[in-house]
Design a protein around this ligand. Sequence first.
Ligand code: CAA
Length: 255
Amino acid sequence: MAIDLTFPDEFALLTINRPDALNALSFSLIEDIGHALDAVARSSARALVVTGAGEKAFCAGADIKELTDRTLIEQRRGAELGQAVFSKLDRLPMASIALVNGYAFGGGCEIALACTFRLATPNARFGLPEIKLGLIPGYGGTQRLPRLIGEARALEMILTGRPVPAAEALQVGLVNRIVEPPPQDAAFAFAREFTCHGMLGLQFAREAVKRAASTTLEEGLRAEADLSTLAYRTADAAEGMQAFIEKRKPEFRDQ
Ligand code: CAA
């Protein structure tokens, strides 16, 4: 298998491990990622970090050598497979962090877009170069990128295929932070900034923010009212407020 799934400390770490092909996504690799995500969803990991093996690439996108000589029905199924697996990543019960340690092109950029957060090493490059192949992004890039950085900037990346360096990605909000070596330690430290809170609160907050991109303000506000009311019913909320009053650190139990 060209992926490694480990569970260091309280986290899950998924490494795309095909460095000879710059971690390009064959269809079987995408299926393996889907199975790994099922295991992560069932685990007690408090966050997932996704990264690429080797020094050069996070992931150079779909395996171009597999994309030729296929029927249109096969191409459509391929797009639907990639979309389904990346949506599974997007909908995990725990937050995910793409640790982009080199090229994140095409499907590689789209994996990063499906994660909750993106961290980049200084040598990272983001791009949707499909247009240079006569294609367009097919694993969610045309939908998630404009939601993240706005339509004009997304269209610039998609229509020109220009790679965006880490510093620019930070400037336009495509990445949360640029991290210095050792990048995995930096990713886990970043994760601890939110995993120290109760998991239920984290889930409700993510769910509420997700609604912002997919519904009207009125419906989003109703969802926020529902979810914030639900949060009051958790033992963690009782503990969090009591701890504030008693001037001590809360002990969340994810209940
Ligand atoms: N598919 C298959 N193989 C790939 C690959 C890809 N996407 N990207 C790199 N490789 C392979 C190369 O063929 C090469 O293999 P060989 O040694 O056997 O020839 C190896 O990885 C190293 O690559 P390069 O020699 O090209 O490395 P480089 O440092 O000169 O260039 C790069 C790096 C700029 C990332 C270049 O490899 C590149 O442009 N790759 C393709 C990127 C791309 O177009 N991605 C989009 C794919 S389509 C897609 O993803 C559709 C979608 O929406 C799902």
